[in-house]
Design a protein. Structure first.
Length: 540
């Protein structure tokens, strides 16, 4: 119903009004309506005959939820895959920290739908769930190692679910938790711009954040964690989410100045300070970190060259067709690509001056950014009773429990069951998944048995164009595609044995979100279906 037809009434802190007829919203449908003369918007959802009213925007980056995927009792963001319960507004899958508001709904006998909303909810479009207050008489101590997405969501979930004991977060970072995925996209980020919560938040909710302290040892029998400053912390339950360490190749000259890896805010800022209009930048690695950093540097320096061993960027994850189109996106912007090659050595006196390639040729280099994958920050667990795989990941069960009592692990380091591929274990370094692991770990630390239901979802933005990926496509044997690749309105399905394992999209929302929700509901998508209807299968 349009704004001019909306009869609203102000009642102190509330606004209410008739927004539409019940018949205006189809079953399993969504509709944005205006609630009042200030043009405040509300998202109406009808499912199983019941009408709900919720906030219109995802609490993560503000995506319009009406363009997302409506699942069983929840709506999934079209941009990055976060999910919100349509009755409570609670965030159920990630990324993001906050829930979204819900509003009171009344349906009259004549079919008028009236909505009543708090003014503050309409203005904020997000809400923080109520947090428990620390109780000095509660002798339990829960310790979280790591201040990434997994660690922060674990801490917040513990308080939201009623944990009132001592809560400690240990991190080797200098800064409170921040939006790490922005680093490669914005090397000039500041802590203030990308922090996930204000520093006062932690004090207010009784979360003791111990900065610049690395975990160096663990005694699971004594339940003590040893820190780099010589301190030890006793714990009742422990969550380890220490993340990854960028890989630095063992090559001649790799330790020359101006050769950088990128993991922390300090790394990003150091790289940014090294850039100048006359600098020639080499990016070694053609996947997410490397390509995002190359896009940021382009236009700020004399020349950017990406060196990669594959035929095109993202070849392993996205395939050669989509990877080739991304290559064109970069070369059209002036980025130089040298593919199907590697670096043999780095040359210079004190600071890097050039790189030698595998064919013996050399390229000038004033700055080198390494984007060659990562190893796992689990060395401090060696010698402890916590089991590690040969490559350093931590095997966990569907509750994120390790082989040791009261010790949980999540995020990049966790070799955890993935629901989307029959609960086979994988270590997946995705930002949204790390959030989810934090929530599941917290519930299980509080003895609220909750199993993983993992559906991977990740994304990148390159020169203003967003690419999304849902599912887990490792081992795919066939690709089915559709749409207009040149126009960047395209979809790729990664298939095996007649079944779609994963999907990558650009300009075709909400296909990735719809596929993720299909997997979450235990469904599957056939290769034949997407061959026949690559852009239409999800439409009801």
């Amino acid at each position: 119903m349009g704004l001019n037809n909306c009869k609203d009434r102000q009642q102190g802190d509330f606004v209410e009004g008739v927004v539409c007829q019940a018949s205006d919203i189809p079953e399993n449908g969504m509709k944005v309506v205006s609630l009042n003369s200030d043009d405040n918007k509300v998202l109406m959802v009808k499912q199983n005959g019941q009408i709900c009213a919720i906030g219109t925007k995802c609490s993560h980056y503000g995506a319009p939820l009406v363009n997302g995927a409506l699942g069983n009792g929840r709506v999934r963001c079209p941009w990055h895959g976060a999910c919100f319960n349509i009755k409570t507004g609670d965030i159920e899958d990630f990324p993001g920290l906050d829930s979204i508001p819900t509003y009171q709904v009344e349906v009259s006998s004549s079919g008028d739908v009236k909505v009543k909303a708090k003014k503050s909810d309409l203005e904020n479009q997000k809400k923080l769930k109520q947090m428990a207050v620390q109780n000095p008489s509660n002798n339990s101590t829960f310790v979280i190692v790591g201040s990434g997405a997994a660690g922060l969501v674990c801490a917040e979930t513990l308080r939201q679910e009623g944990f009132s004991g001592k809560l400690v977060m240990v991190t080797n970072e200098k800064f409170y938790p921040y939006d790490r995925i922005k680093l490669s996209k914005f090397l000039d980020s500041t802590a203030e711009k990308i922090q996930l919560r204000a520093p006062t938040f932690y004090k207010e909710h009784g979360i003791d954040v111990m900065l610049e302290r690395a975990a160096v040892g663990l005694d699971t029998e004594a339940k003590t964690l040893k820190l780099s400053n010589g301190e030890s912390i006793s714990y009742s339950s422990l969550f380890v989410a220490t993340g990854s360490i960028p890989r630095r190749p063992d090559l001649p000259g790799v330790n020359l100045k101006n050769i950088f890896t990128l993991r922390s805010l300090e790394d990003a800022n150091t790289i940014f300070k090294s850039l100048s209009p006359d600098a020639e930048v080499i990016v070694y690695g053609s996947s997410f970190i490397g390509m995002e950093a190359a896009a940021f540097c382009n236009g700020k320096v004399k020349k950017v060259t990406v060196i990669g061993r594959s035929e095109v960027p993202f070849a392993e994850s996205l395939g050669t067709a989509l990877g080739g189109r991304i290559a064109k996106l970069f070369t059209d912007k002036g980025v130089h690509l040298k593919m199907k090659t590697t670096i043999r050595s780095f040359k210079g006196d004190d600071t890097v001056k050039e790189v030698e390639l595998s064919d013996g040729s050399t390229i000038p280099a004033h700055v080198v950014i390494l984007g060659l994958g990562s190893t796992f920050a689990t060395d401090f667990l060696k010698g402890s009773a916590v089991a590690l795989t040969p490559r350093g990941t931590v095997p966990v069960n569907k509750y994120l429990e390790t082989n040791c009592n009261s010790v949980y692990a999540g995020g990049d380091i966790a070799e955890a069951p993935v629901f989307a591929v029959g609960d086979t274990p994988h270590a997946i370094g995705h930002w949204g998944l790390a959030h989810y692991h934090g929530r599941i770990a917290a519930l299980n630390m509080m003895s609220r048995a909750t199993s993983l239901k993992t559906v991977p979802f990740f994304w990148t933005m390159l020169f203003g164009t967003s690419f999304r990926y849902a599912g887990y496509g490792a081992g795919y044997t066939d690709i089915v595609s559709g749409g207009d690749l040149d126009a960047l309105k395209y979809v790729c399905y990664y298939c095996k044995e007649g079944k779609v394992l994963a999907v990558a999209t650009v300009g075709t929302d909400p296909i990735a979100a719809e596929f993720a929700e299909l997997l979450n509901n235990g469904g599957s998508l056939s290769q034949k279906r997407v061959t026949d209807e690559p852009l239409e299968w999800h439409k009801r």
